[in-house]
Ligand binder design. Structure first.
Ligand SMILES: NC(=O)C1=CN([C@@H]2O[C@H](COP(=O)(O)OP(=O)(O)OC[C@H]3O[C@@H](n4cnc5c(N)ncnc54)[C@H](OP(=O)(O)O)[C@@H]3O)[C@@H](O)[C@H]2O)C=CC1
Ligand SMILES: O=C/C=C/c1ccc(O)c(O)c1
Ligand SMILES: [Zn+2]
Ligand SMILES: [Zn+2]
Length: 356
Protein backbone atom coordinates (compact mmCIF):
# COMPACT_ATOMS: atom_id res chain seq x y z
CA UNK A 1 0.00 0.00 0.00
CA UNK A 2 1.31 3.45 -0.87
CA UNK A 3 0.75 6.56 1.14
CA UNK A 4 -2.84 7.83 1.30
CA UNK A 5 -1.61 11.41 1.13
CA UNK A 6 -2.47 12.98 -2.21
CA UNK A 7 0.02 14.64 -4.51
CA UNK A 8 0.02 18.36 -3.96
CA UNK A 9 -0.74 20.70 -6.86
CA UNK A 10 1.57 23.70 -6.91
CA UNK A 11 2.25 26.63 -9.14
CA UNK A 12 5.77 27.67 -9.88
CA UNK A 13 7.58 29.89 -12.33
CA UNK A 14 9.21 27.98 -15.12
CA UNK A 15 11.63 28.73 -17.91
CA UNK A 16 10.39 27.07 -21.09
CA UNK A 17 13.44 27.93 -23.17
CA UNK A 18 16.79 29.71 -22.92
CA UNK A 19 15.28 33.21 -23.24
CA UNK A 20 15.46 33.79 -19.48
CA UNK A 21 11.72 34.47 -19.30
CA UNK A 22 9.81 32.67 -16.54
CA UNK A 23 6.06 32.16 -16.57
CA UNK A 24 3.53 30.38 -14.28
CA UNK A 25 3.65 26.62 -14.50
CA UNK A 26 1.44 24.09 -12.71
CA UNK A 27 2.67 20.69 -11.58
CA UNK A 28 2.26 18.29 -8.68
CA UNK A 29 4.69 17.40 -5.93
CA UNK A 30 5.24 13.77 -5.00
CA UNK A 31 3.35 12.36 -2.03
CA UNK A 32 5.05 13.19 1.23
CA UNK A 33 7.21 10.11 1.84
CA UNK A 34 8.43 8.91 5.25
CA UNK A 35 11.62 11.03 5.11
CA UNK A 36 10.06 14.01 3.39
CA UNK A 37 9.35 17.54 4.54
CA UNK A 38 6.64 19.47 2.69
CA UNK A 39 7.20 23.20 2.94
CA UNK A 40 5.20 26.19 1.83
CA UNK A 41 7.78 28.43 0.19
CA UNK A 42 8.01 31.82 1.87
CA UNK A 43 11.05 33.28 0.12
CA UNK A 44 13.54 32.21 -2.49
CA UNK A 45 16.73 34.04 -3.40
CA UNK A 46 17.96 34.45 -6.94
CA UNK A 47 21.46 33.11 -7.55
CA UNK A 48 23.43 33.73 -10.73
CA UNK A 49 23.36 29.95 -11.21
CA UNK A 50 19.61 30.34 -11.78
CA UNK A 51 20.49 32.67 -14.65
CA UNK A 52 23.11 30.25 -16.02
CA UNK A 53 20.63 27.38 -15.83
CA UNK A 54 17.54 29.10 -17.18
CA UNK A 55 19.60 30.54 -20.04
CA UNK A 56 21.31 27.22 -20.75
CA UNK A 57 24.83 28.63 -20.31
CA UNK A 58 26.06 25.14 -19.46
CA UNK A 59 24.24 23.42 -22.32
CA UNK A 60 22.52 21.01 -19.93
CA UNK A 61 19.20 22.71 -19.27
CA UNK A 62 15.95 20.79 -19.44
CA UNK A 63 12.66 22.64 -19.82
CA UNK A 64 10.23 23.41 -18.34
CA UNK A 65 12.59 24.34 -15.50
CA UNK A 66 11.47 25.76 -12.15
CA UNK A 67 14.67 27.28 -10.70
CA UNK A 68 15.43 28.45 -7.17
CA UNK A 69 17.79 26.94 -4.63
CA UNK A 70 17.88 29.51 -1.85
CA UNK A 71 14.58 28.43 -0.40
CA UNK A 72 13.03 29.32 2.93
CA UNK A 73 9.68 27.84 3.81
CA UNK A 74 7.30 26.89 6.56
CA UNK A 75 6.86 23.20 7.23
CA UNK A 76 3.34 22.09 6.38
CA UNK A 77 3.63 18.33 6.70
CA UNK A 78 6.32 15.79 7.58
CA UNK A 79 6.69 12.09 6.79
CA UNK A 80 6.38 9.39 9.42
CA UNK A 81 10.16 9.07 9.94
CA UNK A 82 10.83 12.77 10.34
CA UNK A 83 11.46 13.72 13.95
CA UNK A 84 13.69 16.77 13.52
CA UNK A 85 11.01 19.03 12.02
CA UNK A 86 7.33 19.63 12.55
CA UNK A 87 4.57 21.72 11.02
CA UNK A 88 5.15 25.43 11.54
CA UNK A 89 8.96 25.26 11.63
CA UNK A 90 10.84 27.73 9.42
CA UNK A 91 13.33 25.76 7.34
CA UNK A 92 15.60 26.11 4.36
CA UNK A 93 16.71 24.06 1.37
CA UNK A 94 19.60 24.67 -1.00
CA UNK A 95 21.31 23.38 -4.10
CA UNK A 96 21.32 19.65 -3.34
CA UNK A 97 18.32 17.47 -2.43
CA UNK A 98 19.80 13.97 -2.73
CA UNK A 99 23.01 11.92 -2.59
CA UNK A 100 23.96 8.23 -2.52
CA UNK A 101 24.77 8.15 1.24
CA UNK A 102 27.32 5.35 0.69
CA UNK A 103 30.32 6.80 -1.13
CA UNK A 104 33.42 8.20 0.56
CA UNK A 105 32.20 11.76 0.16
CA UNK A 106 28.79 10.99 1.65
CA UNK A 107 30.36 9.11 4.54
CA UNK A 108 32.73 12.03 5.14
CA UNK A 109 29.77 14.45 5.27
CA UNK A 110 30.81 16.27 2.13
CA UNK A 111 27.78 15.02 0.24
CA UNK A 112 27.89 18.00 -2.12
CA UNK A 113 30.77 16.17 -3.81
CA UNK A 114 28.85 12.87 -4.15
CA UNK A 115 28.90 11.77 -7.79
CA UNK A 116 25.22 10.87 -7.42
CA UNK A 117 24.15 14.21 -5.98
CA UNK A 118 20.67 15.32 -6.98
CA UNK A 119 20.24 19.01 -7.77
CA UNK A 120 17.17 20.77 -6.47
CA UNK A 121 16.10 21.54 -10.03
CA UNK A 122 17.05 20.56 -13.56
CA UNK A 123 17.72 17.04 -12.36
CA UNK A 124 15.85 13.76 -11.95
CA UNK A 125 14.75 12.56 -8.51
CA UNK A 126 14.97 8.96 -7.27
CA UNK A 127 11.35 8.39 -8.40
CA UNK A 128 12.21 9.38 -11.97
CA UNK A 129 10.48 12.77 -11.82
CA UNK A 130 12.14 16.05 -12.72
CA UNK A 131 13.27 18.07 -9.70
CA UNK A 132 11.72 21.52 -9.37
CA UNK A 133 13.11 24.33 -7.25
CA UNK A 134 11.93 27.08 -4.98
CA UNK A 135 10.34 29.55 -7.41
CA UNK A 136 7.11 27.87 -6.49
CA UNK A 137 4.39 27.82 -3.86
CA UNK A 138 5.70 24.63 -2.24
CA UNK A 139 8.54 22.12 -2.31
CA UNK A 140 9.10 18.65 -0.88
CA UNK A 141 12.62 17.87 0.32
CA UNK A 142 14.16 14.86 2.04
CA UNK A 143 14.84 15.78 5.68
CA UNK A 144 18.61 15.25 5.22
CA UNK A 145 18.65 18.30 2.94
CA UNK A 146 16.49 20.53 5.11
CA UNK A 147 18.06 22.96 7.58
CA UNK A 148 16.34 24.75 10.43
CA UNK A 149 16.50 28.52 10.13
CA UNK A 150 17.67 29.84 13.51
CA UNK A 151 15.17 32.05 15.32
CA UNK A 152 17.56 35.01 15.22
CA UNK A 153 17.59 35.15 11.42
CA UNK A 154 14.75 36.78 9.51
CA UNK A 155 13.48 34.21 6.98
CA UNK A 156 13.88 36.51 3.99
CA UNK A 157 17.43 37.37 5.08
CA UNK A 158 18.27 33.71 5.47
CA UNK A 159 17.36 32.70 1.92
CA UNK A 160 20.59 33.83 0.19
CA UNK A 161 22.66 32.28 2.94
CA UNK A 162 21.58 28.83 1.76
CA UNK A 163 23.73 29.13 -1.35
CA UNK A 164 25.69 32.40 -1.41
CA UNK A 165 26.54 32.37 2.29
CA UNK A 166 27.42 28.70 2.32
CA UNK A 167 29.52 29.02 -0.82
CA UNK A 168 31.97 31.37 0.85
CA UNK A 169 31.79 29.88 4.35
CA UNK A 170 32.73 26.36 3.20
CA UNK A 171 36.08 27.08 1.50
CA UNK A 172 37.18 29.49 4.21
CA UNK A 173 36.66 26.67 6.72
CA UNK A 174 38.03 23.91 4.53
CA UNK A 175 41.22 25.74 3.55
CA UNK A 176 41.89 26.90 7.10
CA UNK A 177 41.24 30.54 6.28
CA UNK A 178 39.26 31.52 9.36
CA UNK A 179 41.87 33.11 11.62
CA UNK A 180 41.55 36.77 12.41
CA UNK A 181 43.99 39.08 10.65
CA UNK A 182 44.10 37.22 7.33
CA UNK A 183 44.05 39.33 4.18
CA UNK A 184 41.29 38.38 1.76
CA UNK A 185 40.11 39.59 -1.61
CA UNK A 186 36.56 39.33 -2.89
CA UNK A 187 36.42 39.55 -6.67
CA UNK A 188 32.94 40.51 -7.92
CA UNK A 189 30.48 42.14 -5.57
CA UNK A 190 27.23 40.31 -6.28
CA UNK A 191 25.29 37.73 -4.32
CA UNK A 192 28.18 35.46 -3.38
CA UNK A 193 30.67 38.33 -3.17
CA UNK A 194 28.69 40.46 -0.76
CA UNK A 195 28.29 37.49 1.58
CA UNK A 196 32.03 36.93 1.20
CA UNK A 197 32.71 40.43 2.51
CA UNK A 198 30.32 40.00 5.44
CA UNK A 199 31.56 36.57 6.47
CA UNK A 200 35.25 37.40 6.03
CA UNK A 201 34.83 40.61 8.03
CA UNK A 202 33.03 38.67 10.76
CA UNK A 203 36.05 36.34 10.89
CA UNK A 204 38.27 39.37 11.44
CA UNK A 205 39.90 39.49 8.02
CA UNK A 206 41.24 42.54 6.21
CA UNK A 207 38.99 42.51 3.14
CA UNK A 208 39.62 44.08 -0.26
CA UNK A 209 36.77 44.16 -2.74
CA UNK A 210 37.94 43.94 -6.35
CA UNK A 211 35.20 45.15 -8.63
CA UNK A 212 34.88 45.82 -12.35
CA UNK A 213 33.92 49.46 -11.83
CA UNK A 214 33.96 52.19 -9.23
CA UNK A 215 30.16 52.03 -8.85
CA UNK A 216 30.10 49.77 -5.80
CA UNK A 217 32.81 51.51 -3.77
CA UNK A 218 30.39 53.09 -1.31
CA UNK A 219 28.39 49.88 -1.01
CA UNK A 220 31.55 47.90 -0.31
CA UNK A 221 33.25 50.24 2.12
CA UNK A 222 30.41 52.10 3.82
CA UNK A 223 27.73 49.42 3.96
CA UNK A 224 29.59 46.13 3.97
CA UNK A 225 32.66 47.30 5.87
CA UNK A 226 35.34 46.36 3.33
CA UNK A 227 38.77 47.72 4.23
CA UNK A 228 39.88 48.47 0.68
CA UNK A 229 38.42 48.70 -2.80
CA UNK A 230 40.18 48.03 -6.08
CA UNK A 231 38.84 48.57 -9.57
CA UNK A 232 40.15 45.70 -11.68
CA UNK A 233 40.54 47.86 -14.80
CA UNK A 234 42.66 50.44 -12.93
CA UNK A 235 46.07 49.10 -13.92
CA UNK A 236 47.93 51.55 -11.71
CA UNK A 237 45.99 50.64 -8.59
CA UNK A 238 46.24 46.92 -9.37
CA UNK A 239 50.01 47.21 -9.90
CA UNK A 240 50.44 49.12 -6.62
CA UNK A 241 48.39 46.52 -4.77
CA UNK A 242 50.46 43.71 -6.31
CA UNK A 243 53.67 45.44 -5.29
CA UNK A 244 52.48 45.87 -1.70
CA UNK A 245 54.78 44.21 0.82
CA UNK A 246 52.21 41.67 1.93
CA UNK A 247 49.85 40.11 -0.53
CA UNK A 248 46.52 38.47 0.07
CA UNK A 249 46.07 35.07 1.69
CA UNK A 250 43.14 34.31 -0.59
CA UNK A 251 40.89 35.73 -3.25
CA UNK A 252 37.35 34.46 -3.66
CA UNK A 253 36.64 34.86 -7.37
CA UNK A 254 32.90 35.08 -8.06
CA UNK A 255 33.00 36.40 -11.61
CA UNK A 256 30.48 34.39 -13.69
CA UNK A 257 32.18 34.85 -17.07
CA UNK A 258 35.61 34.10 -18.54
CA UNK A 259 38.25 36.55 -17.32
CA UNK A 260 42.04 36.75 -16.97
CA UNK A 261 43.45 35.23 -13.79
CA UNK A 262 46.95 36.70 -13.78
CA UNK A 263 46.03 40.15 -12.38
CA UNK A 264 44.51 38.42 -9.36
CA UNK A 265 47.23 35.80 -8.92
CA UNK A 266 49.63 38.74 -8.72
CA UNK A 267 47.78 40.03 -5.65
CA UNK A 268 48.32 36.83 -3.65
CA UNK A 269 51.12 36.29 -1.15
CA UNK A 270 53.30 33.16 -1.17
CA UNK A 271 51.00 30.15 -0.69
CA UNK A 272 47.99 32.32 -1.40
CA UNK A 273 44.85 30.77 -2.91
CA UNK A 274 42.66 31.90 -5.77
CA UNK A 275 39.36 30.19 -4.99
CA UNK A 276 37.17 29.97 -8.09
CA UNK A 277 33.43 30.15 -7.52
CA UNK A 278 32.02 31.28 -10.83
CA UNK A 279 30.52 28.66 -13.13
CA UNK A 280 32.40 29.35 -16.36
CA UNK A 281 32.16 26.91 -19.22
CA UNK A 282 35.06 28.31 -21.24
CA UNK A 283 38.73 27.51 -20.59
CA UNK A 284 40.65 30.09 -18.58
CA UNK A 285 44.33 30.87 -19.19
CA UNK A 286 47.38 31.67 -17.10
CA UNK A 287 51.11 31.15 -17.47
CA UNK A 288 52.68 28.86 -14.89
CA UNK A 289 55.29 31.23 -13.39
CA UNK A 290 52.38 33.26 -11.99
CA UNK A 291 51.67 30.39 -9.61
CA UNK A 292 55.13 28.76 -9.36
CA UNK A 293 56.94 31.88 -8.20
CA UNK A 294 54.99 32.01 -4.95
CA UNK A 295 53.66 28.44 -4.66
CA UNK A 296 50.18 29.81 -5.25
CA UNK A 297 47.09 27.66 -5.80
CA UNK A 298 44.13 27.99 -8.06
CA UNK A 299 41.34 25.95 -6.60
CA UNK A 300 37.57 25.72 -6.59
CA UNK A 301 34.79 24.95 -4.20
CA UNK A 302 31.17 23.92 -4.60
CA UNK A 303 28.55 25.16 -2.13
CA UNK A 304 29.00 23.31 1.18
CA UNK A 305 27.65 20.34 3.10
CA UNK A 306 24.49 20.19 5.19
CA UNK A 307 26.68 20.12 8.31
CA UNK A 308 28.35 23.33 7.11
CA UNK A 309 24.96 24.79 6.26
CA UNK A 310 23.85 24.42 9.88
CA UNK A 311 27.19 25.72 11.15
CA UNK A 312 27.08 28.72 8.79
CA UNK A 313 23.51 29.60 9.78
CA UNK A 314 24.52 29.49 13.45
CA UNK A 315 27.60 31.60 12.66
CA UNK A 316 25.44 34.20 10.90
CA UNK A 317 22.95 34.26 13.76
CA UNK A 318 25.70 34.62 16.35
CA UNK A 319 27.52 37.31 14.38
CA UNK A 320 24.22 39.04 13.56
CA UNK A 321 25.00 38.72 9.87
CA UNK A 322 22.35 38.85 7.24
CA UNK A 323 22.24 39.15 3.51
CA UNK A 324 21.53 42.40 1.71
CA UNK A 325 18.37 41.85 -0.25
CA UNK A 326 15.80 43.49 -2.42
CA UNK A 327 12.35 42.08 -1.82
CA UNK A 328 10.17 41.50 -4.84
CA UNK A 329 6.55 40.47 -4.64
CA UNK A 330 5.49 37.54 -6.72
CA UNK A 331 5.14 38.78 -10.29
CA UNK A 332 1.93 36.86 -10.78
CA UNK A 333 -0.13 38.53 -8.06
CA UNK A 334 0.44 41.97 -9.60
CA UNK A 335 0.92 43.51 -6.16
CA UNK A 336 4.38 44.77 -6.79
CA UNK A 337 5.73 45.90 -3.47
CA UNK A 338 9.39 46.14 -4.25
CA UNK A 339 11.19 47.39 -1.18
CA UNK A 340 14.59 48.38 0.13
CA UNK A 341 18.15 47.59 -0.54
CA UNK A 342 20.51 46.46 -3.20
CA UNK A 343 22.50 43.55 -4.57
CA UNK A 344 20.19 40.61 -4.06
CA UNK A 345 16.74 39.75 -5.19
CA UNK A 346 14.36 37.62 -3.25
CA UNK A 347 11.49 36.09 -5.12
CA UNK A 348 8.37 35.79 -2.98
CA UNK A 349 6.11 33.13 -4.34
CA UNK A 350 3.89 32.60 -1.31
CA UNK A 351 1.09 34.39 -3.08
CA UNK A 352 1.18 31.78 -5.78
CA UNK A 353 -2.34 30.67 -4.85
CA UNK A 354 -3.45 33.90 -6.48
CA UNK A 355 -2.80 32.26 -9.81
CA UNK A 356 -4.43 28.91 -9.22
N1 LIG B 1 30.80 27.40 -6.63
C1 LIG B 1 29.59 27.37 -6.13
O1 LIG B 1 29.21 26.53 -5.32
C2 LIG B 1 28.66 28.45 -6.51
C3 LIG B 1 28.86 29.11 -7.67
N2 LIG B 1 28.07 30.15 -8.00
C4 LIG B 1 28.45 30.87 -9.18
O2 LIG B 1 29.16 32.03 -8.78
C5 LIG B 1 29.01 33.05 -9.75
C6 LIG B 1 28.52 34.30 -9.05
O3 LIG B 1 27.20 34.10 -8.56
P1 LIG B 1 26.41 35.34 -7.91
O4 LIG B 1 27.25 35.98 -6.90
O5 LIG B 1 25.07 34.84 -7.58
O6 LIG B 1 26.35 36.31 -9.19
P2 LIG B 1 26.02 37.86 -9.24
O7 LIG B 1 25.54 38.13 -10.62
O8 LIG B 1 25.18 38.26 -8.10
O9 LIG B 1 27.47 38.54 -9.03
C7 LIG B 1 28.53 38.35 -9.92
C8 LIG B 1 29.44 39.56 -9.86
O10 LIG B 1 30.54 39.34 -10.74
C9 LIG B 1 30.97 40.58 -11.28
N3 LIG B 1 31.08 40.51 -12.74
C10 LIG B 1 32.20 40.80 -13.43
N4 LIG B 1 32.00 40.64 -14.73
C11 LIG B 1 30.73 40.27 -14.88
C12 LIG B 1 29.93 39.99 -16.02
N5 LIG B 1 30.40 40.07 -17.28
N6 LIG B 1 28.65 39.63 -15.81
C13 LIG B 1 28.15 39.57 -14.56
N7 LIG B 1 28.87 39.82 -13.44
C14 LIG B 1 30.14 40.19 -13.61
C15 LIG B 1 29.99 41.64 -10.83
O11 LIG B 1 30.60 42.28 -9.73
P3 LIG B 1 31.30 43.71 -9.87
O12 LIG B 1 30.23 44.64 -10.32
O13 LIG B 1 31.79 43.95 -8.49
O14 LIG B 1 32.40 43.55 -10.88
C16 LIG B 1 28.79 40.84 -10.34
O15 LIG B 1 28.09 41.51 -9.34
C17 LIG B 1 28.04 32.48 -10.78
O16 LIG B 1 28.78 31.93 -11.85
C18 LIG B 1 27.31 31.37 -10.02
O17 LIG B 1 26.80 30.39 -10.88
C19 LIG B 1 27.06 30.58 -7.20
C20 LIG B 1 26.81 29.93 -6.05
C21 LIG B 1 27.51 28.75 -5.66
O1 LIG C 1 24.64 28.03 -7.23
C1 LIG C 1 25.00 26.93 -6.97
C2 LIG C 1 25.53 26.00 -7.94
C3 LIG C 1 26.74 26.13 -8.36
C4 LIG C 1 27.27 25.30 -9.42
C5 LIG C 1 28.61 25.01 -9.36
C6 LIG C 1 29.19 24.22 -10.37
C7 LIG C 1 28.42 23.77 -11.42
O2 LIG C 1 28.96 23.03 -12.43
C8 LIG C 1 27.08 24.09 -11.48
O3 LIG C 1 26.35 23.63 -12.50
C9 LIG C 1 26.50 24.86 -10.47
ZN1 LIG D 1 23.41 29.32 -5.99
ZN1 LIG E 1 27.58 9.65 -2.27
Amino acid sequence: MGSVRPEKPVVGYAARDASGVLAPYRYTLRQTGPEDVLMKVLYCGICHTDLHQTRNHLGMSNYPMVPGHEVVGEVVEVGSDVSKFRAGDIVGAGVIVGCCRNCGQCKANIEQYCNKRIWSYNDVYTDGRPTRGGFASAMIVDQKFVARIPAGLAPEQAAPLLCAGLTVYSPLKHFGLTAGGLKGGILGLGGVGHMGVKIAKAMGHHVTVISSSDKKREEAVEHLGADAYLVSSDEGAMASAAAAAEGMDYIIDTVPVAHPLEPYLALLKVDGKLIMMGVISEPLKFVTPTIMLGRKSITGSFIGSMAETEEMLEFCEKQRLSSTIELKKCVGCKKNQAATCHQRNAFIPNNAEHHQ
